[in-house]
Design a protein around this ligand. Structure first.
Ligand code: SF4
Ligand code: SF4
Length: 346
């Protein structure tokens, strides 16, 4: 039965991220996806439960731990959100951009498509993003731009999402020229913040003191080149301190819906990060292995998004992360997953 709360409105969100699948056709060396117990698509039926509660949401981003283009209902989801007047985007590894999928993306006026990169040369990118092929990805982007031109379509905006690692940092600057050539409008540099095992520690740039000078030089040079080419280059800077308080992931004005319908603050607390035996995956934080416990405030299969967002426990959680609270939250009250997370600021 719909309650008053369900009927009165929707949460005011900058974006809502929806994990439309936890399956993938790639096996990137840093990604927990191959270890997930979940290996499923979100059904369109479950997705539709969100639609009445998107009234004050700006952007619906169809992304989690998986490749969205594998979900056969992806285009129905995009269409349903566009019918509600929402901006829609997703990130893809770029391998499934065929004639058919590109035409559907363009015809639905999908707003943003972000292509994941981990290098500007095939040798580097393909070594890190196993199962993908940079040459093919570039061909696919060129093809998408041709189709857009043929259809006189402005959308989707194409972005690059570049994972900055110690071993590919020297190719970051090259992505600016590549972006320019391919009509990519924005490059977002992200860090390896979820470190799957000790062998990946030497790749986590923000964790390596000796890399800081090289890192800031390259960031500066990349930003200058992007500016010259009239492209946007954005990046984040995680910290590795347990006493850090506020999350930098905009958790007070966004949420993530996991593939099974659970609603939480971010992909790092997604219930998808459970193994087959239902044990949480672990990651490296401050040189020790920390479990990543799921955090869910409700499930859209049997509760409205509004009701979940307004729960007392969810309010309390957001207050702990709200930089505008006059009395800052006590970091010791944070959930375990937040305490061992690099996505916080001091
Ligand atoms: S394409 Fe994305 S979801 Fe798939 S393995 Fe790579 S990082 Fe993980
Ligand atoms: S600090 Fe907490 S809410 Fe923020 S990204 Fe990390 S685990 Fe998620």
């Amino acid at each position: 039965m719909n309650t008053f709360l369900d009927r009165v409105g929707s949460p005011e969100l900058d974006w809502i991220q929806v994990e439309v699948t936890s399956r993938c056709n790639a096996a990137c060396i840093y990604c927990p996806q191959p270890f997930l117990g979940h290996n499923q698509h979100m059904s369109f039926g479950l997705f539709k439960n969100l639609l009445p509660y998107l009234g004050y949401t700006d952007l619906v981003y169809l992304q989690g731990w998986g490749e969205p283009l594998l979900n056969p209902d992806l285009f129905s989801m995009i269409r349903a959100c566009k019918a509600k007047g929402k901006r829609v985007g997703f990130t893809t590894n770029g391998m499934l951009l065929t004639d058919e999928t590109i035409c559907r993306i363009v015809d639905l006026e999908t707003d943003i498509i972000s292509i994941s990169l981990a290098g500007a040369t095939p040798a580097t990118h393909d070594r890190i993003r196993k199962g993908t092929d940079l040459v093919k990805i570039i061909e696919n982007i060129e093809y998408m731009q041709q189709i857009k031109a043929k259809k006189k379509a402005r959308l989707p905006e194409v972005h690059f999402s570049y994972l900055m690692l110690a071993s590919n940092l020297n190719e970051l600057q090259e992505t600016v020229g590549l972006a320019k050539r391919l009509g990519v409008e924005q490059i977002v540099g992200s860090h390896l913040t979820w470190i799957l095992n000790n062998s990946l520690l030497p790749e986590a740039l923000f964790n390596l003191e000796e890399e800081q000078q090289r890192f800031s030089d390259i960031l500066e040079a990349t930003a200058a080149e992007a500016k010259k080419e009239n492209l946007t280059f954005a990046f984040n800077s995680p910290v590795l301190q347990k006493q850090a308080a506020h999350c930098t992931e905009n958790v007070c004005r966004s949420c993530v819906v996991s593939v099974n319908g659970d609603v939480g603050p971010c992909v790092f607390t997604s219930s998808t990060l459970l193994q087959d035996n239902r044990q949480p995956l672990v990651h490296v934080f401050q040189n020790s292995l920390e479990p990543c416990y799921p955090l869910s405030f409700g499930n859209i299969a049997h509760e409205s998004l509004t009701r979940i967002w307004e729960k007392k426990a969810y309010h309390q959680f957001r207050n702990l992360h709200d930089p505008e609270m006059t009395i800052p939250g006590n970091p010791s009250q944070l959930p375990q997953s937040c305490r061992s997370c690099c996505k916080k600021e001091v």
